[in-house]
Design a protein around this ligand. Structure first.
Ligand code: UN1
Length: 477
């Protein structure tokens, strides 16, 4: 099988090493071989992007619209094929994987339109006869560093606004999921963009660090761990680059006495366990008030036990494998904390018969009422959720906000008053009422409070704040 190359300056070029990706559902299926680049490849890609910037940043909005719209159409037309690739590569169950690919397609279509709407303002000047207007210009060469858990949607939601605003791009996706990024690059390579406008360098942390630290890169957008995100923030501050960071979450889902039982269980199962818990928006702390506690826990526990864990491509699978051995071990080490930290296992899912053949981990539901427990503070990134008992709404809110993170927060209640208080007081960038904490629209701002995010929001029109610079023009008669 020929290895898939890097895309630099409009050419497919060899990397320095090669990575064989295996399907985490069975460890046998070879998804593909992908070249990985090093700092030298990153340098070539950034230089190609810098050379392409003057022309692309002055291309017509129509040209950018046409390219992005065509990319979106192609992604949508191939959503089943690409969804299958995603499921094989990352282990996301097929229906969710196809949904993610469709999301990527719609993101390109949404940002195609934004290329036509890079609006400025006209403001009366304080000086007589002077006219003041603002316009938006491309931020420059942007470095995009993306994670494995949404291996096509996140590259799409950074690349599409970047290109729409006239930036040129170097994408460095996670080394665990180079296949989806490669497929996206392949589609982009056929969309008629000038060479160097979009570049792909698959690779590991060294390639990412080279990209972030490259002096010709003007802006860095990153989604991933807090540890790496903070290093990137420091590097960008030292270099004077703008940066946008989307990091972890420890998202609470509140279940109030008056909540609809079935709906709250569905929200908890979806938020905590779907996508194998591998979402920064996962509901990892489920906070429940006394009037519904025992009924809710009983139904949620029985649903947890019957979740179908298995091969991501098998019909009926609800929970796929962990992405790799490292994540599987991480899940296991947090599972071991359940009892060590004084909690109790409420329910565990069933492993499939073929569990030894993939990175499978059974969903785990644990009680732990201690806000200081590691299970209530640290992001697991696996299908592990704690159930916490709250005395009442105020206590539930206090527990919900007692975390360094602040990405997403949900409440299940039939009370408009409680929902409103929660929407006002939750320390989170996204608030969900009677909906899971995970699963967001593609055309509205995405991002968190506190340690979850830094810099301007992603997605929707808010993304333009990051990918453009404002210029103010004073025109005297
Ligand atoms: C979603 O919940 O629909 O890495 C998207 C993540 C987020 C994306 C979540 N950046 O999980």
């Amino acid at each position: 099988m020929p290895s898939h190359r890097l895309f630099i300056g409009g050419d497919w070029v060899h990397g320095s090493t090669c990575r064989v990706v295996r399907n985490p559902s069975d460890l046998e299926d070879v998804v593909g071989e992908y070249d990985c680049g090093d700092a030298g490849h990153v340098d070539l890609a950034v230089r190609a992007a810098a050379a392409a910037l003057p022309a692309w940043s002055h291309s017509t909005p129509q040209q950018r619209f046409d390219a992005l719209d065509a990319i979106g159409s192609e992604i949508l037309a191939r959503k089943t094929e690409l969804g299958t690739l995603l499921a094989r590569e990352e282990g996301k169950v097929l229906a969710e994987a196809i949904g993610e690919v469709a999301r990527a397609g719609y993101i390109f279509k949404f940002f195609a339109g934004e290329a036509l709407r890079m609006e400025g303002m006209s403001v009366p000047s304080v000086r007589p006869g002077v006219e003041v207007v603002t316009s938006r210009e491309a931020a420059g060469v942007v470095g995009l560093v993306t994670p494995w858990n949404f291996p096509i949607a996140i590259p799409a939601w950074k690349t599409a606004p970047a290109l729409a605003c006239g930036n040129t791009v170097v994408l460095k996706p996670s080394e665990l999921t180079p296949g989806c990024a490669w497929a996206l690059a392949d589609i982009i390579s056929r969309a008629g963009l000038p060479p160097g406008v979009f570049n792909l360098v698959n690779g590991g942390g060294d390639a990412g660090a080279a990209l972030v630290g490259h002096l010709l890169v003007n802006a860095v957008s990153f989604t991933g761990s807090s540890t790496v995100g903070r290093k990137i923030a420091m590097q960008c501050a030292a270099d004077g680059k703008r940066c946008q960071l989307e990091m972890g979450g420890k998202n609470p889902l509140l279940v109030m006495d008056d909540a609809d039982l079935e709906l709250s269980v569905a929200c908890a199962v979806n938020g905590a366990f779907f996508s194998t818990g591998q979402r920064c928006t996962a509901s990892s702390r489920i906070i429940v008030t006394p009037g519904i506690y025992s009924r809710f826990v009983e139904v949620l526990a029985s649903r947890t036990r019957t979740l179908r864990v298995g091969h991501a491509l098998a019909p009926g699978t609800e929970i796929g494998p962990a992405v790799d051995e490292r994540q599987l071990e991480k899940n296991r080490s947090y599972a071991a904390l359940a009892e060590q930290e004084g909690g109790r296992v409420l329910a565990a899912g069933q492993l499939p018969d073929s569990a030894h053949r993939g990175h499978y981990f059974a969903p785990l539901l644990v009680t732990n009422d201690m806000p200081a427990a590691r299970l209530n503070r640290e992001e697991v990134f696996g299908p592990v959720a704690t159930v916490m008992r709250a005395h009442d709404f105020d206590h539930a809110l206090e527990l919900a906000n007692d975390t360094p993170f602040g990405l997403s927060a949900g409440i299940c209640t039939q009370s408009l008053a409680l929902a409103s208080r929660f929407r006002q007081k939750a320390q989170a960038g996204m608030v969900m009422v009677n909906a899971p904490t995970a699963g967001v629209d593609y055309h509205v701002p995405f991002g968190g409070a506190k340690a979850s995010s830094m810099g301007p929001r992603e997605q929707g029109r808010a993304a333009l704040e990051f990918y453009t610079k404002v210029k103010t023009h004073y025109i005297a008669p």
